[in-house]
Structures are given as structure tokens and as C-alpha cells.
Ligand binder design. Sequence first.
Ligand SMILES: Cc1ncc(COP(=O)(O)O)c(C=O)c1O
Length: 423
Amino acid sequence: MTLTPAGVESLVRPAEIGIYLDNSATTRPDPTVIEAVRRALEVEYGNPSSVHRLGTAARRLLDESRRAVAELLGVAPEEIIFTSGATEANNLAIFGLARQWRSHRPPKDLGRPHAITTAVEHPSVLEPFRRLQEEGWEVTFLPVNRHGQLDPEHLSDALRPETVFISTMWVNNETGVIMPLSAIYERLNRWQERFGRRPLWHVDAVQAVGKLPTRPRDLGIDLLSLSGHKMHGPKGVGALYVRRGVQLSPMLLGGGQEGGVRSGTENIPGIAGLGAACQLAARRLAGDPEGLHLRKLRDTLWRLIEERIPGVIRHGPTAPDMSAPHILNVSFPGTKGEVLVRYLSERGVFVATGSACHSRRPEPSHVLTAMGLSLDEVGSSIRFSLSWENAEEEIVQAAAILKEVVAEIRELTGWKPGRSTDL
Ligand SMILES: Cc1ncc(COP(=O)(O)O)c(C=O)c1O
């Protein structure tokens, strides 16, 4: 059985949609994904728990998809749990570990349990940590520097014998900063050498999977979340990698699906689509493991912006090992992010202010604020996020439209180079 039927053209791009540069919010489902979802709805619609032929076919599809996700991550299929997306995967990792700890407290009780995360995580990590805090856990939110980068020394300082787990993202969804995972791994190993045990480590890899090689075993990561719709798969499906031996308390109780950790009849169409998306990502990464295509597009976009639009400020580091290839976050002083997004949308260019998952809220971005940016810089920033499907002509065209739109808005606000206008 194949998840990506032959004959499905995978790079068809309906030009009439416009120039889509909001791929960190969501991506266009690939035609191979759509075909896999369609087949699962139309042909393999049995319940994988049923023992008849249709059930067995659905079970095969489930197993096949699990293998595809596992292969992309370089882990065993039994270590993959399907979820309704990364929000659920993150919640399952955090509450699953916390509840497991509560019900299997170590014999030598070390006092109040402690957990660590960073100030720039996605809300689906931050909110569960805040909930743990309300429930009596000690929680440390590690700061980041002006470039959004975590100093691994801060992690070393925060670790305590009672630290049960930590959660750090791989790539930040607003700035594209790659977190220093190797340095974190090294700090956790040092801790292990000193105390004979170390906290478990969860990584939200939503913005990294499919863009960078993501092999949790190489870095000693214990749990890792990913989401289908950020990698040309369907919405409402994701997965949590749980290293063999790590115990999680289930959040959903019922029929005992997914090894008893996540009950509920499996979303076979979504899961089939996720499997196809992982196969696609594996093929693309094999052809371009460094993300050179994306990096070139991103660098071209920044060069054109910097050359043609005065006063712009780029956020996040530029070194290739510290910045994901597909995200560019820029402030356009004298404008407002929301206004820019609307003007650009009218001209057929789609971008985001901050993170799309919460950009409808009026609050300034918690990520850019944690980086110490001024309110003006935060309020005038937009995020461009690219995909393998973007072409250089689109980037050139988007930069030209952007130049006109920024000039138009600045004309209205009376902004002049060298002057900051707090709007
Ligand atoms: C870093 C990160 N984590 C988690 C999520 C949530 O993913 P999902 O939409 O699958 O719940 C997102 C979505 O933007 C994200 O960017």
C-alpha cells in the first residue's frame, strides 16, 4: 500500500491564490496528501479496531503512516502517538509527564516538583506550564537575548535536583531562531553525570520538522511534537514522539487506542495525510538537507527589503546554524503590522503579524517583547514564512509590492527616516 499514489503531481501551484508567505501559520496541503486523505475517506474508511477486511485495511494505513512519521524522525514506529495536532501533543507531553510524576513520585520525595521552559514558547506550551504553576509546581521561564536566543548557561543555573522535565522549542515560530539544542543536550548530560539522573526533555519541533533534519535520538530528546498542517499535511492531526521507556499519564481515557496513551478512534484520513506529508518532507530533505532553496529565497527577500525600504529592522540571528531557513521577521517603523498585513492582502501577498495562532488578539507578541524590542518595533513587525513551493519570482514581486505599500502607509503616518513614530 502506498500513501502517495503514482501519477499525483506534487508541485502544482494555483497561481490565482496569490503570493503565500504565511507558511508558519499553515501550509497548502500537497496534492499527494489530498489524495491520501481522499482515499482514506472513500476507500479505507473502516475502523482500525475492527477485525474485518475494511478494518484491517484502515489498520494497515495507520501502521504505514506511523512508519512514515517514524522514518522522518529516525525513531521506532512504536514511539509515535498520533494526536489532533501539536497543541494536543504539547499538552499531552507536559501534563502526561506531570501527572505521571504525581502518581509515581520517586521514593525519596525531593519536595515541590519543578519544570523549566522558555519565555518564547508557543502558547500551547506556555499555558500548560502556567496551569502547572497554579497546581503548585515550581516553574522557570528562561529568558532570551535580543536575538531571541537562549543562553544554555541559564538552563544550567535553573536546573535543580527536583526538576522533573524541561520543554524547549526547536525553531521559534515568530522569528525562526533555532534553539541551541546541542548545548542543552550537553548541559543535561553534565547534570546526569553529577546526579545520576536528569530531567526528561520535551521539544516542540513544529516549525523545524520538514525544514531541517530533526532526529531526536541524536540529541537525547525524550519527547517531540509535530503538526501536520505546518508541513503540507492536513489540519487537526499531529504526533508526539515518546522515547521507549518514558511513561506518560494519558489525558484522554477510553478505548485504549495509541498504546493506551491517547484513546479515541483514530483520525485515519488525517493520519494518512500526515504520513504522506512526512514522506514528502523526507524526499525534500534528502534533496536539500540544508534548506538551501528556502534560505536563498529568504536571503533574497531580506536583501530586497533592506535595499529598497529605509529604516527596516530584522529580528533574530542571521547565522545559518541559528536561524531556520524559512522565517524572516522584520519591523517597518512608521507602519502598523496589522495595517501592513491588510494592505498586502489586498494586493495578493499573504503574511502575518507575530504568530498566526494568536495574532487575532490585540496583545503585542510575547516573543518579540521577551527579546526586549520596543513597543514600536513589536507593533510594526511582520513575519514572512516561506515554503518549498515558493519561487524566486514571487519573492521579487512581493518585495516590490511591499515597498509600495510601506511607502503608502508611511505617507499617511508622516514617518521620516531616522524618526521613530509611535503609532
Ligand atoms: C511552535 C508551534 N507549536 C505549536 C503549534 C500548534 O500547532 P497546532 O496548530 O497543530 O495545534 C504551533 C502553531 O502555530 C506552533 O507554531
